[in-house]
Design a protein around this ligand. Structure first.
Ligand SMILES: [Zn+2]
Length: 75
């Protein structure tokens, strides 16, 4: 059983900041959170183009991607 996970979390209010991947100043409304054994090991603020690329990579590795709102909580 895999103990790693990747989650995409949406901000309620997008904020303008640097994308962690391409370093452009963009309006960021999602972040990617990396989990390992129920602990967050890191997160990345990604602009939309980078997020799309990242999603494809992660899907290729057969990990689970979830859309997750803070209001929704953890399943
Ligand atoms: Zn980017």
């Amino acid at each position: 059983m895999k103990t790693y996970g990747v989650e995409i979390q949406s901000f309620q209010v997008p904020k303008k900041c640097k994308c962690n991947l391409c370093d452009r100043l963009e309006k960021i409304d999602k972040r990617l959170v990396l989990w390992h054994e129920n602990q967050v090991v890191g997160d990345l603020l990604l602009c939309n183009p980078c997020l799309e690329v990242f999603e494809k990579i992660v899907r290729g590795e057969e990990q689970v991607i979830q859309e997750w709102n803070f209001q929704g909580g953890v399943v």
